[in-house]
Design a protein. Structure first.
Length: 245
């Protein structure tokens, strides 16, 4: 069967369409919902999701999107923010059989002046094609955080006995060495693109600047097409994969 999968960093629902001129990004997560609805993925991983925070007007963004799109889903907290929480979410048109929020180990020896943030991996087993596992993550910014993220991710992958899809904002460009550990286990769908490059970050500055969002597949899932829709709402562009399982 064919399956459409999407990963999207929604920047807590901030709308960056006019940011270059106004230097303002109002919060309206329904605009991101419109982007998702237009692409119509069966599975959608989300980064930078707010839940009841003051900065987002006390909105549970995951529930808003679930209701608007008619999908199941769950939120996984990474950190607390005033009024609520901030983290990742996963949406699915298929029943979620299992769900788990997995902590990425924090850096022990933090370098003064660097920004560190607690991060998580979402794991969901979905009732599709006999059962598949989806892992959705958002890596940290420092090298130590990135290495911790990849090591934990590989540990989780090695313990699975189902086909797996891994996706999210890795905050790593394609030449980042730690990504090779994932490529030893899974197929990097960026290779579907002729030039091997796609820019998924930089909308708020009016141009695509970095390739940092990815979708990886286990060998038992056949990739078909990978696209980066030209829709500037968040400061990231969505990444959309069609595959067969």
């Amino acid at each position: 069967m064919k399956l459409k999968v999407m990963t999207y960093n929604i920047a807590a629902g901030r709308v960056y369409l006019d940011y270059a001129e106004t230097k303002k990004a109002p919060v309206d997560v329904t605009r991101c919902g419109e982007v998702i609805k237009n692409e119509a993925p069966a599975i959608c991983g989300l980064n930078e999701v707010d839940c009841l925070t003051e900065r987002s007007g006390g909105v549970d963004e995951t529930n808003v999107l679930k209701e608007a799109l008619g999908m199941e889903g769950f939120f996984g907290k990474a950190i607390d923010l005033p009024g609520g929480e901030y983290g990742n979410a996963l949406l699915s048109k298929y029943p979620i059989l299992e769900k788990e929020v997995i902590e990425i180990p924090e850096v022990k020896d933090k370098i003064p002046g660097y920004y560190y943030e607690r991060r998580v991996i979402l794991r969901a087993k979905l009732d599709v094609a006999g059962g598949i596992t989806v892992l959705q993550l958002h890596s940290g910014l420092s090298d130590a955080e990135k290495i911790n993220c990849i090591d934990k991710l590989c540990e989780v992958i090695d313990g699975l006995d189902t086909p797996v899809i891994v996706m999210g904002d890795f905050n790593m460009t394609p030449d980042y060495p730690a990504l090779d550990k994932i490529r030893e286990r899974l197929f990097d769908t960026k290779d579907l693109l002729n030039n091997g490059e796609f820019m998924t970050y930089g909308t708020y500055e009016g141009e695509r600047k970095l390739h940092i969002d990815y979708i990886f597949l286990s060998k038992d899932i056949k990739p078909i097409t990978l696209t980066v829709p030209d829709v500037g709402v968040s400061d990231h562009y969505p990444l959309v994969l069609e595959c067969e399982i």
